[in-house]
Write a protein of this length. Structure first.
Length: 250
């Protein structure tokens, strides 16, 4: 069954003390009674701290990235196995900042997806168009191609481990949100694209999160759309009051 999920991408924010503070605040208030699965993605160095602090709670921990190789001379990189060894079973891949700033291509992201799945990890797969694509009315093509190039080599059984996160680049960190109608229109298109490739069961079961300036005051309306199954939250995930308000908006 399709899951509701609210995931916080902390990006390059919060040292160890600040990570513990925020996690303790969340821990005190997130319960299994929440309608959504709550996921937090602190920085690499604080992942072990996070899994140990959150042990026994319903909050899951995700990494923000990983390398595709199993080991090797890749200074500064982290493998799936290293993540698993500190209790991290989920990874965000294909975030627009990785694509734009670190030049990650669809092919590279696809190989990271494969490495994560080989290690039995869940992948939060991010994709979405830039402003110029929407202005030139090319946004559906771009999104379809990112999906195909990143994920459509997978076998049907792999989709149990895939969560989609549609994040229009023009709405990330800009304060500009897609309207609930724009989000629903694209999520419906994404589900239909998955349906054409893999059939109705997989299309109906896959969770499609929306990301891009979700805040406490717009979350409820966005989450009320039938094909929006939750959110990937950046800025508003950095304080417990806003993040919990978004979790409670589901
Ligand atoms: C993100 O980086 O995934 C994101 C959605 O950021 P923000 O909520 O700050 O737009």
């Amino acid at each position: 069954m399709r899951k509701k999920i609210v995931a916080g991408n902390w990006k390059m924010h919060k040292n160890a003390t600040q990570t513990a503070e925020l996690l303790n605040e969340l821990k005190a208030q997130v319960s299994t009674k929440n309608n959504a699965q709550v996921i937090v993605a602190p920085t690499f160095v604080n992942l072990a701290l996070a899994t140990s602090l959150l042990e026994g709670t319903s909050i899951q921990v995700s990494a923000q990235n990983m390398h595709q190789a199993a080991s090797g001379a890749y200074t500064g990189e982290i493998t799936a196995d290293m993540l698993k060894s500190v209790g991290v079973n989920t990874v965000i891949l294909g975030h627009s900042e990785r694509r734009a700033i670190f030049h990650e291509t669809d092919a590279l992201i696809a190989s990271k997806v494969d490495a994560a799945l080989q290690n039995d990890m869940t992948v939060i797969f991010c994709f979405g168009e830039e402003l110029k694509d929407r202005q030139s009315k090319n946004h559906f093509n771009i999104v379809e191609n990112q999906l195909k190039d990143g994920l459509f080599h997978l076998q049907a059984k792999d989709w149990e481990k895939i969560v989609l996160a549609y994040e229009p680049v023009w709405a990330i960190g800009t304060g500009e949100t897609a309207s609930p109608e724009q989000a629903q229109e694209m999520h419906e298109f994404i589900r239909e694209t998955v349906r054409k490739a893999y059939g109705s069961d997989i299309a109906e079961d896959v969770s499609i999160l929306y990301g891009g300036s979700v805040k406490p005051d717009n979350a409820k309306e966005i989450f009320s759309k039938p094909d929006v199954d939750g959110g990937l939250i950046g800025g508003a995930a950095l304080n417990s009051k806003d993040f919990l308000a978004i979790v409670n908006a589901i």
